[in-house]
Design a protein around this ligand. Structure first.
Ligand code: HPA
Length: 277
């Protein structure tokens, strides 16, 4: 019979491996963990002196497979700030459990990273949002019906019943808003996907207080906040959500929007790192 490992043991295995593969003195200097969303992987090319590890080589990690996502963990510098960047992520709609979705970010947290920037592509719902806008996440709605904290309690992953009042750190958000002009703010609704929403669902999300909708980020936010990390988030509004615009949605449009926004995102994150320093 194969041995069953707890989630804690799986994450610990990944931590041990990366502690051997990454230069520890540099790892200890990391000021920011970054997760890149759909179409945003090219940002990692901006990192200076990169040390990259393929996610598929990290024990117990699942490699990102969705088009528009990269598949590595990169330790590198932006200006004089060291960052640890995941160039892609895992999604629940791929069939993975929430624990599996967050295994890579939990590993980064246990490697010592305190502060994270979670990025994603999202559909715009809020009246003031247009395609191409960037939105700093003020809060989220977890509408996936699941949580990475379901299951046996592991104190390494935070309290049994974590508070979520300040999941998205206000100070970090204020800093982020200073780093680009016209950055909007709003609530991100995370759904399981993979189908885009129906117009009726988008109408419901709007009534619930969502400004943007996507298929990621909320499980990472829940897991990292429970582990005491400070979080900020940036959604690229790649399209207007279904029924807000009357054109049908497609993933290519999401990836193209990411490519178009890459330079802007790079400038914002670079400025953000300078302010964090
Ligand atoms: N809905 C859900 N996820 C998304 C969207 C959307 O409109 N755009 C990019 N990711």
């Amino acid at each position: 019979m194969s041995e069953v490992h707890s989630e804690g043991a799986l994450v610990a295995g990944a931590v041990r491996f990366l502690q051997q593969r990454l230069p520890l003195a540099r790892l200890a200097k990391v000021k920011l963990g970054i997760v890149l969303g759909s179409g945003l992987k090219d940002f990692a090319a901006q990192l200076q002196d990169p040390v990259a590890v393929a996610c598929k080589d990290v024990p117990n990690w699942i490699a990102p497979r969705i088009e528009g996502h990269g598949g590595s963990l990169v330790l590198g510098d932006i200006g004089n700030v060291t960052v640890l960047c995941l160039t892609g992520r895992i999604h629940g709609y791929e069939g993975y459990a929430p624990n599996e979705v967050v295994r890579n970010v939990r590993t980064c947290r246990l490697l010592g990273v305190q502060t994270f920037l979670l990025t994603n592509a999202a559909g715009g719902i809020g009246d003031e949002l247009s395609a191409g806008d960037l939105m700093a996440i003020t809060d989220h709605l977890n509408l996936t019906g699941a949580s990475p904290l379901i299951g046996p309690h592991d104190p390494d992953f935070g309290p049994r019943f974590p508070d979520q009042t300040n999941t998205w750190d206000k100070e970090l958000r204020q800093l982020l808003l200073l780093c680009g002009s016209g950055i909007m703010q709003g609530v991100y609704a995370g759904l399981l996907g993979p189908s885009y929403e129906t117009p009726a669902e988008v109408g419901m999300l709007k009534k619930l207080g969502a400004h943007a909708v996507g298929m990621s980020t909320v499980h990472e936010a829940i897991a990292l906040h429970a582990m005491g990390a400070r979080l900020c988030g940036l959604s690229l509004i790649s399209n207007l959500a279904a029924g807000i615009a009357d054109t049908p949605l497609c993933h290519d449009e999401v990836i193209d929007a990411g490519k178009q926004a890459a330079a802007q995102l790079t400038a914002i994150v670079t400025a953000f790192c300078a302010r964090l320093a």
